[in-house]
Write a protein that binds this ligand. Sequence first.
Ligand code: NAP
Length: 283
Amino acid sequence: MQHVTLNNGVEMPILGFGVYQIPSDSTERAVTEALTAGYRLLDTAAAYGNEEAVGRAIRNSGIPREDLFVTTKLWVQDAPAQDNARRALETSLAKLGLDHVDLYLMHQPYGDVYGQWRAMEAATGEGLARAIGVANFYPDRLLDLILNNEITPQVNQIETHPFFQRTADHDLMREHRVQHQSWGGFAEGKNDLFTHPVLGRIGEAHGRSVAQVVLRWLIQRGVVTIPKSVNPDRMAQNIDVFDFRLTDDQMSTIAALDTGATLFFDHRDPEMVAWLSQRRLEG
Ligand code: NAP
């Protein structure tokens, strides 16, 4: 497994396993299969409702804690966010059955963002999270957070796939040493990604699937990726991407597929801000 080094020196696998939309009663089995397939980075969130199942799979695996990289996320917290965010992290740790996470992400750029960030800075200082970061921050919000706080986020996890490549975001993150992490690397199959003719032709040239081409493209851009699958064959296929390389021409061909637009939702859309902010979680 290839790793990236975060801006605080922590090493993070460049490829991991995402558990969004896996029902909690299937998550333990899926994570167990993913760990058997060789995944060591697990990406969950308080909002996914499956932290306990992820924790059970970790405990039952017998894999030493230091060999795993576990990410969870803080849901939107109101002021006083410093107290609320601290309680939310303690709740996540209790559900996961861990005394620390490797990465704690602010899930959305909403609510008392500064209060949330200060709580996360304090938590990492106490060793409850080895690294802290954000998700769904567009460049303006990210730069504001960087310029007005002590700790520069180690990671920004954003929608990134061949149809929405985030090149300006990527460049800004590079400049400030924030690791770009992709969510929805397959665009959840939207735009017929898995049967896309251009990606298919590149795959044929390497004897690889479209999924493998997409993951390889992300890795060669230096983007951390966390494909989700409940299918063991696909889990195995998705981690088997370290023994081939896309050519510069193939990278340029994929670069031309960028539409510059989200296939999900824009976090700057007032309707989305209202909807996501109303979706409060307990604890
Ligand atoms: P994704 O990884 O882009 O796509 C998952 C879909 O692709 C599933 O339907 C899966 O089906 C299918 N798939 C997986 N491997 C395949 C293969 N080799 N061939 C064909 N189909 C394949 O979607 P995602 O789950 O939304 O994103 C990945 C992770 O990012 C999430 O699990 C979560 O951890 C994180 N995420 C974060 C945020 C955020 O706001 N921070 C938002 C969304 C997601 P099967 O399961 O049936 O194989």
